[in-house]
Design a protein around this ligand. Structure first.
Ligand SMILES: Nc1nc2c(c(=O)[nH]1)N[C@H]1C(S)=C(S)[C@@H](COP(=O)(O)OP(=O)(O)OC[C@H]3O[C@@H](n4cnc5c(N)ncnc54)[C@H](O)[C@@H]3O)O[C@H]1N2
Ligand code: MOO
Length: 407
């Protein structure tokens, strides 16, 4: 059985997105975590005038030599400029952020001056242009401040505000329906039989989806029978979701019905089974306009697949041009690791920061079973071991995926 390589699977997931979702215009405070639907241009110039960077005196640098006495003719404060210009021999009291009066070309900081009534005595001559921020130093009207596809964090929102925007054109949040499957599952807090476990995966997958800008909708737990599973799928599809995620039932057992029942519901299967561990039985496809991912049931498998495939899918739906970007970063092995087989492996690791100048050391946790959620919660990153990687030693270069990037 030949399994699809991880990189090819990701390309197919991204390629399955016909285009970004619709845009909508929202007030700035509602835009955090959204993705821009259009370029955002500056509607104003910042600073709009030459501005002082310090508290002191606006002067003509050439005449402000040490010992010079300049006549103080007024004050320029932030929000209340000095109306008028500077003639030779004059200075204007000025504060940080205030407009520099015409005729002045430098700020004499107050630490370098003494006051003698209405006279300023220079102690140290400023260079021309010193502590003057030119108009447009930060940006000029018409500049593209933020490109379409940019994910909006607080810094981007502050920049949009500074540029004169009270609202922004953003992509609609993808609606992700999450359906757990399995007769053994109950919701946390519900009564349970001796053979039952708690459905934990929906919490992780919903959180990953929401952190990626989506709205997660929990459709509960479908049983391991065709009619029950079909009813759960139909309910989710009827709720105008953009992405359907099922959890479990993706593998080869008689009770693993997801592909079959989804086929009856109109699934256009993209791929099933990829060369990775954990996460081999991942199913991908489309049902009409709805993207579909069938995540394996094992908790670690579900979460690793959500990080590697669901998050990029959601970013692509929001028009992020870097949706499929490599999530790995360099690290150093903190222990010897054995050679790998044909499946790209993602061992859970903790990170040691022994030498602040070096990459962190990735130390695999003692056990790696894909059912062990507690170990995943202890881990800080996934180590990436490519297919057929030879044995490697402590100190060798490696690649990791930090888990905190996704929450
Ligand atoms: N003969 C084979 N058996 C299995 C294969 C295989 O290739 N041949 N693949 C294995 C791999 S790899 C994985 S991964 C699992 C995943 O299979 P399923 O997606 O069908 O998952 P389930 O069988 O439904 O569940 C697996 C495991 O996870 C628990 N589970 C399911 N849903 C949840 C949930 N929402 N929250 C917490 N835990 C959940 C479930 O109780 C099972 O213990 O298949 C292997 N088998
Ligand atoms: O591919 Mo499975 O996710 O190893 O347990």
């Amino acid at each position: 059985m030949s399994l699809l390589p991880v990189g090819e699977a990701l390309r197919r997931v991204i390629a399955s997105v016909p285009g970004p979702l619709d845009g909508e215009r929202l007030p700035l405070h509602a835009c955090r975590g959204r993705t821009l639907a259009e370029d955002v241009q500056a509607q104003r110039t910042q600073p709009p005038f030459p501005a002082s960077a310090m508290d002191g005196y606006a002067v003509r640098a050439a005449e402000a030599s040490a010992g010079a006495r300049l006549a103080l003719i007024g004050e320029s404060a932030a929000g209340r400029r000095f109306e008028g210009g500077l003639d030779p021999g004059q200075a204007v009291r000025i504060f940080t952020g205030a407009p520099v009066p015409a005729g002045a070309d430098a700020i004499l900081i107050q630490e370098n001056a003494t006051r003698d009534g209405d006279v300023v005595v220079v102690r140290e001559q400023p260079a021309p242009g010193r502590f003057v921020r030119r108009a447009g130093l930060d940006f000029t009207v018409g500049d593209v401040l933020l490109p379409a596809g940019r994910r909006l964090d607080g810094i981007a929102l502050a920049l949009a505000a500074a540029g004169g925007h009270a609202t922004l054109p953003v992509r609609r949040r993808p609606r992700v329906g999450i359906l757990a499957t399995g007769d053994e599952l109950v919701r946390p807090g519900d009564a349970m039989g001796p053979d039952q476990i708690v459905a934990s995966n929906p919490y992780a997958v919903a959180a990953l989806a929401e952190a990626a800008g989506a709205q997660a909708i929990d459709f509960g737990i479908a049983p391991d029978d065709r009619a029950g599973l079909r009813a759960g799928i139909d309910e989710a599809l009827a709720a105008r979701i953009d992405v359907l995620v099922t959890l479990g039932g993706a593998s080869v057992g008689e009770h693993d019905l997801v592909r079959e029942v989804l086929g009856e519901a109109g699934l256009d299967l993209g791929f099933w089974r990829i060369a990775m561990r954990p996460g081999k039985p991942l199913v991908q496809g489309r049902i009409g306009n709805t993207a579909f991912l069938g995540l394996p049931g094992n908790p670690v498998s579900s979460i690793v697949c959500a990080i590697l495939f669901l998050v990029p899918l959601l970013r692509a739906l929001q028009g992020d041009p870097d949706a499929g970007a490599d999530p790995t970063e360099p690290a150093m092995l903190g222990a010897d690791v054995p050679g790998n087989d044909a499946r790209q492996d993602y061992p859970r690791v903790r990170l040691e920061h022994l030498d602040p100048a070096a990459f962190p050391r990735a130390v695999p946790l003692a056990a790696q079973d894909s059912s062990m959620l507690r170990l995943l919660a202890d881990a800080e990153a996934l180590l990436v071991r490519p297919p057929h990687a030879p044995p490697a030693s402590a100190g060798d270069a490696c690649r990791i995926i930090r888990l905190d990037r996704f929450t």
